[in-house]
Design a protein around this ligand. Structure first.
Ligand code: AR6
Length: 164
């Protein structure tokens, strides 16, 4: 079972083995946490991402951390929320699970996640937090996972899901 803790802050400041990026299927960079990670990692990240030829929704792919204080960045493309009947829960679970698998494959012990899909992609926060927390906690590996909530609302929603 992976160990889970929660902090509020900026994921680009996380010092550890890996951070997860809430990217898009083209891996072409964007706004939100993706934009922040690209700015902090430097232009080499964009070059590395383009060599990966995209990432289907729910999958996860790896690049080096470049200027960030992590070994690797795990890029996952979350589902865009429509109404919940387009496999959004399953796809979001896949994002967490496949990101954790990439972390283990790359011998990581510490990994930080942002709240995937709950910004620009519009996934309802409470629903997304439950999926994130249960998927991480049920993942069988000796991993220390940190959820990095950017804003207070996200922090509170994850706190609630972790206590439930
Ligand atoms: N550290 C941690 N969390 C952050 C940071 C940061 N520096 N900046 C924002 N967040 P979003 P999505 C939070 O929109 O919904 C991009 O354009 C943010 O407050 O970044 O999966 C991609 O290229 C929210 O809680 O990701 C895609 O096109 C969470 O990160 C699309 O957005 C996720 O919000 C992905 O949308």
């Amino acid at each position: 079972m992976a160990d889970l803790n929660l902090i509020q802050g900026d994921i680009t400041q996380f010092k550890g083995d890996a951070i997860v990026n809430a990217a898009n299927t083209g891996l072409v960079g964007g706004g939100g946490v993706d934009g922040a990670i690209h700015r902090a990692a430097g232009p080499e990240l964009d070059i590395a991402c383009r060599k990966l030829h995209g990432c289907p929704t729910g999958e996860a792919k790896v690049t080096p951390g470049f200027n960030l204080p992590v070994k690797i960045i795990i890029h996952t493309a979350g589902p865009i929320w429509r109404d919940g009947s387009f496999e959004e829960p399953k796809l979001l679970r896949n994002c967490y699970e496949n990101s954790l698998k990439r972390a283990v494959e790359n011998h990581c012990q510490t990994v930080a996640f942002p709240s995937i899909s709950t910004g620009i992609y519009g996934y309802p926060l409470d629903k997304a937090c439950k999926i994130g927390v249960s998927t991480i906690r049920n993942f069988e590996a000796a991993l220390q996972v940190t959820m990095v909530a950017f804003d207070e609302g996200t922090y509170r929603a994850f706190e609630k899901a972790m206590l439930a």
